[in-house]
Each structure stands twice: as C-alpha cells, then as structure tokens.
Design a protein around this ligand. Structure first.
Ligand code: ADP
Length: 152
C-alpha cells in the first residue's frame, strides 16, 4: 500500500494541483491531501472553505483523504503512517525552495519527497496569481476546478 501525503495551502486549489494529484494516483494507492494551517501565512480563503472545495472535487474518489494539520509536515506523516511527501515543481525557484525542505525532512524523519514536474498546460498557474485575479474581479475559469469558480 503506497500512501503519499500532498501538503499545501490550496488557497485555492488550482488546475495545477489537480494535475499533480491525478498523475500521482497512477503510482500511489492512497493520497492524503492535507491543508497546512500556518498562522503566519495570510490566506484569502478559510481552511473550512478550502477543505469544502477539496472534498467536493474528490468526493467520488475513495483513495483520497482530505484533512488539515498544524506543525511539522513530517510529524503529521508519522501520525498518518505515511512515508512519502508529494510536491509539484514548476520552475527553478520551486526547486531551490523544495530541495532544502526535502533534504531536511529526510534527515530528521527519514521521509522521502517525490517531485512531479508540472504539466506544460498548468505550469504557469499559482494560487497567488489566482487570488490576484479574484481580487481584481477577473475570470478564473481556466485556472481552477469548476467546484471553485462556481461558488465564487
Ligand atoms: P505551499 O504553501 O505548501 O507551497 P501550495 O498550495 O502553494 O502550498 O502548493 C502546494 C504544492 O503544489 C507545492 O508542491 C507546489 O509546488 C505545487 N503546485 C502549485 N501550483 C502548481 C502547478 N501549477 N503545477 C504543479 N504543482 C503546483
């Protein structure tokens, strides 16, 4: 049973996240999507709203668990008996940032991080740009799942 944790802010979930999750289902039996709640990271949407969207999107997939956590991601991995973390890479900046975290997580907790390169079609999408478009009343239909845009 290959279980992997996909941690993130998902503020909001985008088609980029969705692509990573769908592809990971090809080699994992179970994905735990976990909304990290860092008090220092300012969010646009409440954790409850972000969880609601994730639950709606994956309601028909019994191999996906949606949850939330605080504290170290590796501590949560241990709690969930999950030896792998899933992360997406869009560009060199993502890689530089993720590299140190992945090394740290393997050093302190023996948790491996599996990276998937973003698909060409979704490589430019980020939650922060989506938030900007929302704030300025732009159209996000091509950037997020319909469960998100249909409720905004
Ligand atoms: P965090 O605050 O943990 O970075 P995000 O919700 O921004 O949370 O991202 C969660 C994960 O999804 C990260 O690994 C990020 O690189 C990845 N991700 C975000 N957008 C995309 C995208 N367009 N394509 C592939 N991966 C993405």
């Amino acid at each position: 049973m290959k279980r992997i944790l996909f941690p993130g802010s998902f503020d909001p979930i985008t088609l980029g996240h969705l692509n990573i999750i769908e592809r990971a289902l090809g080699f994992c039996d179970e994905i735990i999507i976990a909304v990290g709640t860092n008090s220092y990271k300012k969010s646009m949407f409440s954790v409850a709203q972000r969880l609601e969207w994730l639950r709606a999107i994956f309601k028909d997939n019994p191999n996906i668990e949606i949850t939330t956590y605080t504290g170290l991601t590796t501590t949560f991995c241990k709690e969930k008996n999950c030896p792998f973390i899933l992360r997406g890479l869009r560009n060199p900046a993502d890689f530089e940032f993720e590299k140190a975290i992945a090394h740290t997580n393997r050093t302190i907790a023996n948790i491996e991080t599996i990276f998937l390169l973003t698909s060409v079609e979704t490589s430019f999408i980020s939650s922060s740009i989506v938030r900007d478009v929302i704030t300025n009343k732009g159209n996000i239909k091509k950037l997020v799942p319909k469960e998100v845009y249909s409720t905004l």
